[in-house]
Design a binder for this molecule. Sequence first.
Ligand code: 5AD
Ligand code: SF4
Length: 474
Amino acid sequence: MLDRKFHVRTFGCQMNAHDSERIAGLLETDGMQHTDVEAEADVVVLNTCCIRENADDKLYGSLGWLKPWKEAREGRQIVVAGCLAQKDREIVRQKAPHVDVVMGTHNVHRTTELLRTARDRGAVTEIFDEAVLDDHALFPSALPARRETSYNAWVTIQIGCDNTCAYCIVPSVRGKEISRSADEIVDEVRMLVLSGVTEVTLLGQNVNSYGRDLALAARKAGSTETKLRPQFASLLSRVADIEGIRRVRYTSPHPKDMTLDVLQTMGAKSTICEHLHYPLQSGSDRVLSLMHRGYTAQKYLDRLAEARSTIDDLAVSTDIIVGFPGESEDDFQQSMEIAAEAEFDSAYLFIFSPREGTTAAEMTDHFVEPSVAGERFDRMKVVLDRSAVRKHRARIGLLEEVVVEGRNKRDPDMFTGRTRQNKLVHFTAEDQLRVGTFGMVEITDAARFHLSGVLREVTHLPTHRVRLPVQAAI
Ligand code: 5AD
Ligand code: SF4
């Protein structure tokens, strides 16, 4: 495969972005070169998402465009990977027969093999229904990576999800929850730190239940540990204590499983960032119950209050769905009230989208009219924007620690960075700054999605020299 170039396009969540890094790492290890320009590539990988409907449209739109791309040069190959491939299987090929490889979420480690098979024997579909246990490639983090940035990294701590949120396709495309051993996670973070990484984000669909399966397995194996205590707080604490780590983040917790010890660990460890992504989904108890979320709006608010009193200067973001089947105007009003009371710093707002195979998709008799859902979206957005602006304006005049992400895309004389609270800051600086530099920025202005400011002091220079493909211990 020498001299061949590849391009990976990612749709969807961080878990997918992380899988993309692994796919790219595998292709590089196999001798191919990465390119940002699709037109230059020999292999294009579309790493898909199926969580909401527009993801399908985006995929099939891209595949239409890639047909002439493929025909223009001999030997070009198209790979469709990720959640939509896992869900749609042969439908992908029926809709786009020019696709060479369709592979599922548990097949990432087989990317290069499948490309070869497709070249020698024609189009191939390979979708494992679940992760192959005892396989070194079970966790995407255990494969070589081609990371987009050198100072921060995602680390998978858990794959799959054991919950049954009525709207969510994830459990059926990502399988059951499997946790990675804490020692392995800590070792990986240590390796990353040695390569110059200063910030890690621990990834899982429901991080609060991290380790439950490990404890269960230990008990079956005869361990005297009888209580199935959640282990996330102790993992978080171990990662936070690793020498050289400056920022630790994680996503996503589940309000029904959030425990006080996690909040206390966040409050106690200076390396853990003051940011909590805390998905509300709805503020109506009736809808929350239809969603199978396992908490009430009051319980959500109580835990949130506890989080804010345990962690100084905490920023909170959330996910909210409007137009869930059966959501009445009254339910929606309750969502607006809870959202207003919660005072989020930022929010991802979604209109319910029926995903085949989920319980909510079968509630067709109760579907909310698209025009009503659209109008609720706009009304909710006003509430969310209002609190975001308020929270952001409250930062004006403060000195915030910022990590440089690069030059500002709109104004190359400015830089862009991120605060500990995960807010984007556009700022001016007298000197050149390398990506990964830490500095103190005085906040001078604020908007809905970002802060603005002036760099006052550089506090830490990046140590990474080269981009690192993390080689797995295979
Ligand atoms: N429709 C709309 N939003 C959804 N989400 C997940 N599934 C759906 C769906 N079917 C949202 C949830 C989740 C986020 C990642 O995506 O808010 O937290
Ligand atoms: Fe989906 Fe619920 Fe699992 Fe999150 S916790 S991945 S929303 S089923």
